[in-house]
Write a protein that binds this ligand. Structure first.
Ligand code: NAP
Ligand code: G4F
Length: 347
């Protein structure tokens, strides 16, 4: 029986749920830090939906409240700490830049200081949820650990601070601290305002007869989309290594938002034909002739990243990590989960 203890900040998020499940399956005692929410009382959130509510130890805390972080780390006494909490929406970060920095940049610093102040530098291992957003419009394709960072959003800048701070605690205090530079990863509990989940929910609604077109922003952006279950396994592997390091996790394949739309609607047997261009472009259901997708400039970003695709060679060689879930399977399962939710039985 595994007696290790893990603490996950951001346990109510997409990755928090998948990681908690993975660690519980491995026999860990799992603690999670969550912030109080009026709309998620009684487990009516992703934790409740996934059935994890009763199986993890939950502590109230907030990344903007350093004392609460110290209390949670002191009470949980974790062997492994996964810092997943973040204001993780890139577009929102342009509207709330200071808050994004407080949560993502200073929050990470508060957590690292808690480990140091509680004399846990030698006993605890630390994972920081870093991101491919750091690369911005990179000059190298695909991006790897050595690619120059050119962050293009308040979100990416805040995550850059956190990445550098994590490296600093590794170098200054010998903390076993690793950054996972993760490319986009999705799943059935993905937040509803991220583009993939907007699309899979719209495809499910379309299959149920709701003909309201889905409004999207930049259809040309290319992302390297993987399955979140593969990525949380990579996080865990990083903390099982003798020495800490920073790793890219990616599939090595990229697709446009337009291609994601086509794949999701194909799952419900609908072919999309694109007509027009720019803000006037629409995606038409070829069978009915109805517009299923329209472009709405409100979803454009002040600064966009046109193409992200990662090279996970280091993770493959050192961690033995490689993604197992195909793009097609991931999209199909996301759509199927949204169809099931619409029918009233959540999966
Ligand atoms: P997510 O679904 O947005 O979850 C974020 C989590 O952080 C939620 O549990 C949220 O709590 C919590 N949180 C936000 N502000 C907080 C605060 N002030 N104090 C305490 N908790 C707070 O994100 P995700 O997709 O699971 O991603 C997990 C992490 O990986 C994030 O740090 C994200 O930036 C990073 N990342 C994600 C991806 C990806 O493609 N998914 C790729 C690279 C990096 P509430 O439920 O209360 O909002
Ligand atoms: O789904 P997105 O909002 O994800 P984005 O911006 O790539 O960020 C996600 O992945 C990062 C890893 O690279 C994480 F660090 C971050 O926390 C988050 O999980 O947008 C993907 C692309 C963008 O180019 C965006 O402009 O889709 C484009 N897009 C087009 N229409 C849209 C929409 N994005 C959103 N959210 N909503 C739209 O209607």
């Amino acid at each position: 029986m595994n007696s290790r203890v893990a603490l996950i900040t951001g346990i109510t998020g997409q990755d928090g749920g998948f990681l908690a499940q993975l660690l519980l399956d491995k026999g860990y005692e799992v603690h999670g830090m969550r912030r109080r929410s009026s709309s998620a009382e009684d487990g009516h959130d992703r934790l409740g939906e996934s059935g994890l509510m009763q199986r993890v130890h939950l502590h109230y805390g907030d990344m903007t409240d350093p004392a609460s972080i110290i209390r949670v780390v002191r009470d949980a006494r974790p062997d492994e700490i996964y810092n997943l909490a973040a204001q993780s929406h890139v577009k929102v970060s342009f509207e709330n830049p200071a808050y994004t920095a407080q949560v993502n940049a200073l929050g990470c610093l508060h957590l690292l200081e808690a480990i140091r102040l509680l004399d846990m530098v030698k006993s605890a291992r630390f994972y920081q949820a870093s991101t491919s957003e750091l690369y911005g419009d990179a000059d190298e394709m695909p991006q790897r650990e050595t690619t120059v960072f050119r962050p293009r959003s308040p979100y990416a800048i805040s995550k850059h601070f956190a990445l550098l701070t994590t490296i600093n605690y590794r170098e200054a205090y010998d903390l076993h601290a690793s950054n996972g530079i993760l490319f986009n990863h999705e799943g059935k509990t993905r937040g509803e305002s991220f583009v993939t989940r907007k699309i899979t929910r719209a495809a499910a609604a379309w299959s149920a007869g709701n003909r309201k077109p889905l409004a999207l922003g930049n259809l040309n952006a290319r992302r390297d989309w993987g399955d979140a279950r593969d990525y949380v396994r990579g996080m865990w592997l990083m903390l099982q290594q003798a020495a800490p390091d920073d790793y890219v996790l990616a599939t090595g394949e990229s697709r446009t938002v337009r291609q994601f739309v086509e794949a999701a609607f194909a799952t419900i047997g609908v072919q999309i034909d694109w007509r027009g261009e720019g803000a006037g472009e629409i995606g038409v259901d070829t069978r009915s002739g109805d517009a299923a997708v329209v472009v709405d400039p409100q979803f454009f970003r002040p600064a966009e990243i046109s193409h992200l695709v990662g090279d996970a060679t280091r993770a493959r060689q050192k961690l033995g990590w490689r993604p197992e879930v195909s793009f097609e399977r991931m999209v199909r399962e996301m759509v199927e989960a949204d169809v099931a939710r619409l029918r009233g039985h959540a999966r």
